[in-house]
Design a protein around this ligand. Sequence first.
Ligand SMILES: Cc1cc2nc3c(=O)[nH]c(=O)nc-3n(C[C@H](O)[C@H](O)[C@H](O)COP(=O)(O)OP(=O)(O)OC[C@H]3O[C@@H](n4cnc5c(N)ncnc54)[C@H](O)[C@@H]3O)c2cc1C
Length: 413
Amino acid sequence: MKLHNGTLYWPTTLSTKLNVETPKQPKKQYDAIVIGGGMSGCLTAYRLMKQGLTVAILDKRKFGQGSTAANTGLLQYSNDIMLSELIQQIGEKEAVRFYQLCFEALDDIEEIANELPHEVDFVRVPSIYYASDEKDAAKLRTEYETLYMNKFPCEFWDESTLSFYMPFKKPAAIVTFRDAEINPLKFITSLLTYLQNQGVDLFEETVVTDTSFENQLVQLKTTTHSFQAKDVVYTIGYEKKENPKREDTIFNRSYVMVTKPIDLDKLWHQKAMIWETKRPYLYLRTTAEGAIMVGGMDENIPEAPVDEKVIENCAEKLLKQTNSLFPHLELEVDCCYAATFAESKDQLPFIGAHPTKPHHYYLLGYGGNGTIYSALGSKIISDLIAGRENNDSHIVSPKRNADTNGLPFSSIA
Ligand SMILES: Cc1cc2nc3c(=O)[nH]c(=O)nc-3n(C[C@H](O)[C@H](O)[C@H](O)COP(=O)(O)OP(=O)(O)OC[C@H]3O[C@@H](n4cnc5c(N)ncnc54)[C@H](O)[C@@H]3O)c2cc1C
């Protein structure tokens, strides 16, 4: 399955290349094998390596060619599901805790970014979440009160405050602080280099075709070698064929347009990330190179269109929507692409142990906050593998909402 089509932006920003030095033969046995070398796999391998385990990462592609290369890199503690809505869904204690985990994940990503050998363009910026219409303004007010009451750093802007800071008029907005943006491809490229230097074995173009638990070890069949490990973690992203079949997952596609760089002084208040209450939503950020990256126009079709014209047409529409917010900017499309995107019906990621296959774990960070889920998920998985108690894992457990046969997962294809 092709996870994206069109021209990606992040590969054009890389100044250092990943030099993979694959061992001729795998070790006889690993403590843990991570399947998938995207954001989720790299962060999981990082945590497992830090707890002293021997680790290998296997990827069917060359590293950095999965969805992480299409990720627009907005890191926000607020989720597509508002805290006030999540409280209705799973109760106050769990919902607030989930939001706290997202908030803490931002600090974790920053800490790791600071440890890496290369610049990964992690920058703290606020987010402006505006009401797309009048009826959503009241919803935002309730959300602001809920966030504020639970000590999340935020402000409520009414129409006049918003139009003081921004050139567009909307009924209201929540501004959330301590959010951040990152170049996700630079991040995993640097993290993979770091992991390799720390002794993690990297195997690219190695497709895992089957796993089973025999002789007290997980046996992995792949297109290159056979591998053995005490534990295996699936961080395989959005690929439909390989993915555990779940009734409660929706596969969509989304579009991204990046402008040619513009004069940085012309950019808006604190270069905040911007998004809105409408679904599907428009979202914008700026890049370290001075471009504006805009995403949205999600469609209920899993595969990205093959026809470049379709992608270019959507990019023109995204450009028009951006210009309606910032009419003073002269913008031109630099590149555009479309990509598969998955979300769970309850808007929470799937992180934890397989219900029946021993020593098999999953980190599927489905949803708009995928990177945050990769980060918080890597901590949960490393706790579970180490046998440490984790008081949060039930919130995102893959066993919730099991389908009718009681098994949320089928095995890998
Ligand atoms: C257009 C778009 C914009 C996004 N914007 C944001 C954003 O602003 N903020 C945010 O937080 N999230 C965002 N996301 C979500 C984010 O991209 C994902 O959460 C993230 O990429 C998931 O990382 P991953 O490691 O799980 O998947 P991937 O990066 O896809 O990595 C999975 C890897 O597994 C490998 N694999 C699969 N099956 C096998 C197998 N059988 N054997 C070996 N290897 C296998 C694949 O080759 C792949 O490299 C966005 C996603 C899209 C599509």
